[in-house]
Write a protein that binds this ligand. Structure first.
Ligand code: CA
Length: 427
């Protein structure tokens, strides 16, 4: 089925500001609360939120096999479970309706009142009900940096790393939409000389610059997803800030891996940009040597050229870009991650979320965490107000942005932000 919605020559009758993340070629999916306190599934063009529930009731999706209430829900899980063919039909139809030359909704002022909202009038929610969340560790640069900092620079990568997309099962209950404040966590930290573990507010709060993909109901228990079918089962991507308390993490992570140092909050951008919309930005990933085992072997380019930024904004201050990275640096592609995740027969469900792991690039300004950027506090970063950061201070806001660009189209993900609030008082 052709991706007519990706036609770069298309323009919308809705105004799209220059450099907007949301031209008519994007058409992401999200969930929002309207000015009338109704929760609905929607999309976005320029600075307009578009109520797909209202559009469906008004008959704009006639001819597409959709249940009546598919968009009148508080999550995209059921729509995502309908599968790629339906996602494409709906996205192409939305594009047709908002095309500059299409009358219909454009000329129906009554319908427009029911369907269109400005972004100020809506409150974005989590787009999916995340059943399971998995976080990978798929950037070779990040794994090498962390291995050098915490173990041995000579043997920074553990022996399994070049053979397995390493991952762990995270906590889905604390995944929050952009804009939700994050409270500094409290926990245990490594003992000092007295041998007694510390306990209190984390002193080493960090961000991790990641993306996450959202799956459809991909496989029954006991079945696996072959790598060549993996992308069929990926709905789209969001930006993902995997907040990390390094001091809590350092004390707890052996032998079973991350736990409370990660599970207090993970922030996502609220619009899911579909894999279809990202198709023009497909690119090759890093060369894989040694060659992966056959079930992980990919013959096509399965990475995506998505520019990523991490920004620190102190309270009342300016935005300071502290990292510029790219999703294409990921060593293990999403397809490889999903093929690996299911090779043992583990079933993946609609709305599951898979984090990429911190995406660090090859240069020091492309590292995706403060741990790496400040080299565990040895090289603090100076912000434009003269203050220094080894990690994240109270009342700092961390902003992540991502966009794709070629000669014809630019599209992006909107903001993924979270302001750090001081820790709660210890009882
Ligand atoms: Ca992570």
């Amino acid at each position: 089925m052709p991706l007519t919605a990706n036609d770069p020559t298309r323009k919308s009758w809705l105004n799209v500001p220059e450099n907007s993340d949301f031209p008519i070629q994007n058409i992401p999916f999200g969930v929002f609360l309207t000015r009338d306190d109704v929760i609905t599934i929607g999309t976005r063009i320029g600075d307009y939120a578009i109520d797909l529930g209202a559009m469906h009731q008004l008959g704009y999706f006639k001819g597409i096999d959709l249940t009546d209430d598919i968009f009148l829900q508080d999550s995209l899980n059921d729509f995502i479970a309908d599968g790629k063919k339906t996602w494409r039909l709906v996205r192409n139809r939305i594009s047709d309706i908002f095309l500059k030359t299409s009358p219909g909704l454009r000329d129906d002022m009554e319908h427009r009142k029911k369907v269109l909202f400005t972004m100020e009038e809506v409150e974005m929610q989590l787009p999916v009900d995340v059943g399971d969340y998995t976080d990978f560790y798929a950037s070779k640069e990040h794994a090498t940096n962390v291995g050098s900092l915490f173990r041995d620079p000579e043997n920074a990568l553990l022996p399994n790393w070049l053979h397995i997309p390493i991952g762990y099962h995270g906590r889905s209950s604390s995944i929050i939409p952009s804009g939700t404040p994050v409270r500094r966590p409290i926990g245990q930290t490594r003992p000092g000389e007295d041998g007694v573990p510390g306990f209190g507010a984390s002193k080493l709060l960090d961000f991790e610059l990641e993306m996450a993909f959202i799956t459809t109901a991909a496989n029954a228990l006991g079945k696996h997803i072959p790598i060549e079918e993996a992308e069929e089962n990926i709905f789209g991507l969001v930006l993902f800030n995997d907040w990390s308390a390094r001091d809590i993490q350092a004390w707890e992570y052996q032998p079973l891996g991350p736990f409370l140092g990660k599970s207090f909050a993970s922030t996502i951008s609220p619009w899911i940009v579909t894999l279809d919309a990202l198709a023009p930005f497909r690119t090759k990933g890093p060369e894989q040597n040694p060659k992966p085992i056959a079930y992980l072997e990919q013959n096509e380019a399965m990475n995506y050229d998505i520019h990523l930024q991490a920004i620190i904004q102190p309270e009342g201050g300016n935005e300071n870009v502290v990292s510029k990275s790219n999703f294409k640096y990921m060593y293990w592609s999403m397809a490889q991650q999903l093929a690996h995740h299911t090779v043992n027969g583990c079933n993946v469900r609609s709305g599951d979320m898979m984090g990429s792991g911190t995406i660090s690039g090859p240069t020091k300004d492309s590292y995706g965490s403060m741990l790496e950027l400040s080299w565990n506090g040895k090289n603090p970063i100076t912000l434009d107000d003269g203050t220094e950061r080894k990690f994240i201070n109270d009342n700092d806001t961390v902003i992540m942005r991502g966009y794709c660009e070629n000669d014809e189209v630019r599209l992006g993900f909107g903001d993924c932000t979270g302001k750090v609030l001081p820790a709660r008082k210890l009882d």
